[in-house]
Design a protein around this ligand. Structure first.
Ligand code: ATP
Ligand code: MG
Length: 557
């Protein structure tokens, strides 16, 4: 059953061994988000890794919410996470679970541990528990309540559950070893009292299991074979194993991998929340955010996310991935699939003075010119007045400038050759109009005499253009490591003040009128753009996804 088609990694090696030596005869993974925020690209890596393994081994994949903390968790996040995981293409079939589904079972298992002398009710305050815990170099001290009788523990724990005690007055702890070099084994808290409403169980419970007590048992209940998590849980594995062994229940195998870090990006939910709450971005789905919804709104595709996850693989060592690699993979996907369109972002009028004022011609231009096997074309109207990019004209150009300039001839993409014959200026002397003549023999972009022009520029018919807005996004941070700050500053000091530029007077090819929110295009010669949800019928809005220039490919040379 071992899979040989996909690139190997250390996790596959472990799984193959397990299948060979009979430890497991199947593969069952899960993605276990805590519903206390929106998913980011690091979570995407974990989703795609877990789902990818299940697929590769013909196994199963669960989506399970680790909803053990009612104070921070909300239905809104549950709904958003479901939507994001689905968008990534991971399929949990009918296996959507919640740790809260297991609250009763976890309670009964806690009673079993009490009866076995392996758990006790502690009356120390949170602060005292911290003090008794010791440090990495000094052992902890036993709580004075550690040797309560089983009967007393059972009675107190039942009364905790029944709501007799206020929040924080007592906890249930595992009785392991206060001198263990692994701090996680120094009698960790299993239950705390919280008179709080839970998004799913309402007021049914006033004691809540700690994550460490719920997590491994949830995996066990679901028959997870390989419980894949990030490196910071390595030190928790002995505790999870202790719980499973003490209970004598089915044992999954935890495997840790290094979390994804990206240059120019902050990833933790806490920091992302700050960006939103302090107004540095417009919300969780701001196209500059590394959240799944931000990336989606930016124009990322699930295919690009999967290709990226494949490419970066998994490892045991922490590292930082260059954001250029992510952009490179996205660009590859968009280059292959995004239809082409012409859009003028900073318009300058061009008048073809020898072209009849009432005439309109239609040019069929290839929609997928990068794909020679795809003959699809679209029709763009041409007439006497056009818009071109301000950048595509220079009055006094250097010799290397091949675009439009007085006396210079260029090709209008897919249409005619035009030669600049003059300009019109406003009162301040600024060029407001370019005058050109066209060569009727150059229709379609070639001339019978075979003469060459060095420049080709894009254009949009003034009469037919769609008015629209384009939002140009740049990196949110100016430093590869946003934490590179002076001692009295934090990561917000590295925010890029120019990460968003809004252009409101863009001229778009009329075909873009039928674009739907989420549709991506290559605006020829500019980059990839996606239609934004803030578009209205009269005012389409497009977000810059990524430019055409492949900085990753360049970095590799
Ligand atoms: P954050 O620290 O960013 O707030 P978290 O770890 O608290 O994230 P959870 O909802 O607990 O978020 O995580 C769900 C799963 O996603 C866990 O298995 C976790 O290990 C994994 N995960 C979180 N961040 C990353 C990352 N940067 N790279 C890979 N996996 C990650
Ligand atoms: Mg977490």
């Amino acid at each position: 059953m071992s899979d040989t088609t996909a690139p190997s990694n250390f996790i596959r090696t472990i799984i193959n061994e397990h299948l060979q030596n009979g430890r497991y005869d199947r593969v069952h993974t899960r993605f276990p988000p805590e519903p206390n925020g929106y998913l980011h690209i690091g979570h995407a890596k974990s989703v795609l890794l877990n789902y990818g393994l299940a697929q590769a081994y013909n196994g199963k994949f669960n989506l399970r919410f680790d909803d053990t903390n009612p104070l921070k968790e909300e239905q809104e996040f549950i709904d958003a996470i479901i939507e994001d995981v689905r968008w990534l293409g991971a399929d949990w079939e009918d296996r959507l679970f919640y740790a809260s589904d297991y609250f009763q079972q976890l309670y009964e298992w806690a009673i079993q541990l009490i009866k076995d002398g392996k758990a006790y009710v502690d009356d120390l305050s949170a602060e005292e528990i911290r003090q008794y815990r010791g440090t990495l170099t000094a052992p902890g001290q036993n709580s004075p309540y550690r040797d309560r009788s089983v009967a007393e523990n059972l009675d107190l724990f039942r009364r905790m559950k029944e709501g007799e005690f206020p929040d924080g007055s007592r906890v249930l702890r595992a009785k392991i070893d206060m001198a263990s070099p692994n701090m996680n084994l120094r009698d960790p808290v299993m239950y705390r009292i919280l008179h709080a409403e839970h998004p799913r169980t309402g007021r049914a419970w006033c004691i809540y299991p700690m994550y460490d007590w719920a997590h491994g048992q949830s995996d066990s209940i679901e028959g997870i074979t390989h419980s894949i998590c990030t490196l910071e849980f390595e030190d928790h594995r002995p505790l999870y194993d202790w719980f499973i062994e003490s209970l004598g229940i089915y044992a999954p195998q935890q495997i840790e991998f290094a979390r994804l870090n990206l240059t120019y990006t902050v990833m933790s939910k806490r920091r992302l929340r700050r960006l939103v709450e302090e107004g540095y971005v417009s919300g969780w789905d701001d196209p500059r955010m590394p959240t799944i919804r931000g990336l989606r709104r930016r124009g990322y595709t699930p295919e690009a996310m999967r290709a990226f996850a494949e490419l970066i693989g998994v490892s045991k060592a922490n590292s930082i991935v260059d954001i250029e690699l992510l952009e490179h993979v996205l660009r590859d996907d968009l280059n292959a699939h995004a239809p082409r369109a012409m859009a003028v972002l900073r318009p300058l009028k061009l008048v073809v003075t020898n072209y009849p004022a009432d005439r309109v011609e239609e040019f069929a231009v290839p929609t997928h010119p990068q794909d020679k096997g795809n003959p699809e074309t679209r029709v763009v109207p041409f007439c006497r007045e056009l818009f071109i990019e301000q950048d595509d004209f220079m009055e006094n150009p250097p010799a290397s400038y091949h675009r439009l300039a007085p006396g210079q001839e260029v090709r209008l993409l897919g249409a005619y050759y035009v030669t600049c014959t003059g300009v019109a200026r406003d009162a301040a002397g600024k060029v407001v109009e370019i005058h050109c003549t066209y060569d009727p023999a150059s229709r379609g972009g070639q001339t019978p005499d075979g003469r060459k022009v060095k420049g080709t520029i894009h254009w949009v018919s003034a009469r037919h253009a769609l008015d629209g807005e384009v939002r140009l996004y740049d990196r949110l941070f100016t430093q590869p490591n946003p934490d590179d700050v002076a001692e009295d500053e934090d990561f917000t000091a590295n925010l890029n003040p120019n990460s968003l530029e809004v252009l409101t007077h863009c001229k778009l090819e009329p075909n873009l009128a039928s674009a739907q929110v989420g549709d991506s295009f290559q605006f020829m010669r500019q980059g990839y753009y996606v239609k934004d949800k803030e578009s209205t019928p009269d005012h389409p809005v497009f977000n810059l996804t990524v430019g055409l220039k492949d900085t990753w490919a360049k970095m590799q040379k």
